[in-house]
Design a protein. Structure first.
Length: 118
């Protein structure tokens, strides 16, 4: 069940292969199915918040790294306007990353109430 984004099984990801330069970046990148499995385990152990985090991570695992980093930067206090966060949520819905889009909208609402928007 556990495999890399490249499709390699976890058993194939060894330090020896890394030392021989036989692994690529996608070999050490987590696969969305693995994150979904972790979410299911979290739910089975009565941890719905952790499960939700894993599900959002599964959505983001399909996105390019620079877009994920831009998302995290935008969510820092005083880094984005309400309009910019809404535009980000719309882009996330198009990916599709609906759970992450919902989180961005919730953050924008909280930031507006607490004076944390740019």
């Amino acid at each position: 069940m556990t495999r890399a984004f490249s499709g390699r099984d976890a058993e194939e990801l060894t330090l020896d292969r890394l030392a021989r330069d036989e692994l690529a970046a996608d070999d050490v990148r987590i696969h969305p199915e693995t994150l979904e499995h972790q979410a299911a385990v979290a739910e089975q152990h009565a941890n719905p918040q952790l499960a939700a985090n894993f599900r959002r991570a599964a959505e983001l695992a399909l996105m390019p790294e620079d877009e994920v980093m831009a998302l995290y930067e935008a969510l820092r206090p005083h880094r984005a306007t309400a309009e910019e966060l809404e535009a980000l949520a719309v882009r996330l819905e198009a990916v599709p990353a609906p759970l992450s889009a919902t989180l961005v909208r919730e953050a924008a609402s909280v930031y507006a109430r607490r004076g944390l928007l740019r």
